[in-house]
Design a protein around this ligand. Structure first.
Ligand code: IFM
Length: 427
């Protein structure tokens, strides 16, 4: 059985503002790039120039036949100075959202996806007392402006990824290495969600609101080694379980504390999962087993993990699930179709309420500290000319969207014979 139907799960693609829009802005990431901290020397000022190509990109989304588009808002565009809202930027996003709706594509809007204005950074970022009121002011403005065009919101993207890269490993802005401040940043981002959730509902009672969690399978490198097993449990707790519990229920789970005044309750309308890979650990960290299938960034390809994690989330927090990101870095487009096939097949075979799947990414884009080299797009981007070309995997995705699943013919054309590279140990 090569083909399958994808019942009850609608398809979309995902992006984030800083990764696709381009523009010479003052954000934490533009500053980080100016400081020479991007591996390939690129900057988000170029990206996919999406800000100037909304009409072309909406037409491309229509060509792919997707029903959903996850996009981010660039806070620094909307509020370039504290309390000053740029009406032209707001109108620009309003125009984009209108175009999407006119094209029959439902937007899912992310309010914070790793990037923030320079003035917010200067004030101390998420560790400053003023961070939460500033974020809520921005959220109120945005929801009031776009509430008639948007009903689905992600408040914060991958809080633990942001906290760990920025405050523990020091590889993202602000480049700190402090466990204490990592936990404080994680708590601040969770607090931002816990406060934004009721605010959005007060403005828009029918809104669907969630946090996009980056979930990985954490496996002990040697399952017989108790230290490795303990490391897997601890890493999972720090990296995902504490964040999930706090943002879903308002309850503390060591090592994160609920903010004062937050009552336990329901704080998400949907469990939003970003899934890419499995990590093999020996301590607190993020390793990769050897002899496994990997992508261009060396991340293990482990399709079963998607539904393993979704089932584990669903057992704790029943309700609808959206896969708000899933994809792979594959510059040659050699195995992306197989990756798509295997992850969607896992969804099709499960009885979990996975209502939506957003592939990451729509086009190639600026991949944070890695820059432009990591190519996640269904659509290839020539950064110099900004020419977009739908990859074969993009054509496969369009075929899946058109047929409500993978046909045998599509499997033969796009999947059969495609192989992942391995990281050694077996061919
Ligand atoms: O590009 C990122 C995205 O911003 C957040 N989730 C993971 C993606 C791939 O690394």
């Amino acid at each position: 059985m090569a083909g399958f139907r994808l019942e009850g799960c609608e398809l979309g693609v995902a992006t984030a503002a800083t990764q696709v829009e381009g523009g010479d802005l003052d954000t934490n990431w533009h500053r980080w790039a100016a400081a020479g901290r991007i591996a390939d020397g690129s900057t988000p000022a170029r990206a996919a120039d999406h800000w100037n190509r909304v009409a072309e990109d909406t037409a491309l989304l229509t060509e792919l036949g997707v029903r959903h588009y996850r996009m981010g808002l660039e806070w620094a565009r909307i509020e370039p100075e504290p309390g000053r809202y740029d009406q032209a930027a707001i109108a620009h996003y309003g125009d984009e959202l209108t175009r999407l709706r006119d094209a029959g594509i439902r937007p899912l809007v992310t309010l914070h996806h790793f990037s923030e204005p320079g003035w917010f950074v200067d004030a101390g970022g998420w560790l400053d007392r003023g961070a939460l009121p500033a974020f809520l002011r921005y959220v109120r403005t945005v929801v009031a402006a776009f509430g008639d065009l948007v009903g689905d919101w992600i408040t914060v993207n991958e809080p633990s990824v942001y906290a760990v890269h920025a405050y523990l490993w020091g590889v993202w802005p602000p480049g700190e290495r402090s466990y204490r401040r990592t936990i404080a940043a994680l708590e601040a981002l969770c607090a931002a969600h816990l406060a934004a959730y009721p605010l959005i509902h007060a403005l828009q009672p029918d809104a669907v609101v969630g946090v996009a969690h980056h979930l990985r399978v954490f496996a002990p490198q040697n399952p017989r080694n108790p230290a490795h097993r303990a490391a897997a449990v601890l890493t999972r707790r720090l990296f995902q379980d504490a964040e999930l519990e706090l943002t879903s229920t308002g309850r503390s789970l060591f090592p994160v504390q609920a903010p004062r005044g937050v009552r336990p309750g329901r704080y998400t309308d949907v469990q939003a999962i970003n899934y890419y890979s499995r990590s093999t650990v020996t301590g607190i960290g993020n390793g990769v087993a050897s002899g496994v299938d990997v992508n261009d960034l060396g991340w293990e390809v482990y399709p079963a993990g998607l539904t393993e994690l979704a089932a584990s989330v669903h057992a704790r927090y029943p309700g609808p699930i959206w896969i708000t990101e899933n994809g792979t870095a594959d510059a040659a487009d050699a195995f992306r179709s197989r990756y798509l096939y295997e992850h969607l097949a896992a969804i099709a075979a499960s009885d979990l309420p996975i209502e939506r799947y957003y592939h990451w990414c729509f086009t190639d884009n600026f991949e944070w500290a890695e820059g432009e080299v990591a190519r996640f797009g269904l659509v290839h981007l020539d950064y110099d000319t900004q020419q977009r070309t739908v990859r074969e995997s993009g054509r496969f995705y369009a075929d899946i969207a058109a047929n409500g699943g993978v046909t045998d013919a599509a499997h033969d054309r796009w999947v059969a014979g495609r192989r992942y590279p391995t990281n050694g140990g077996r061919s």
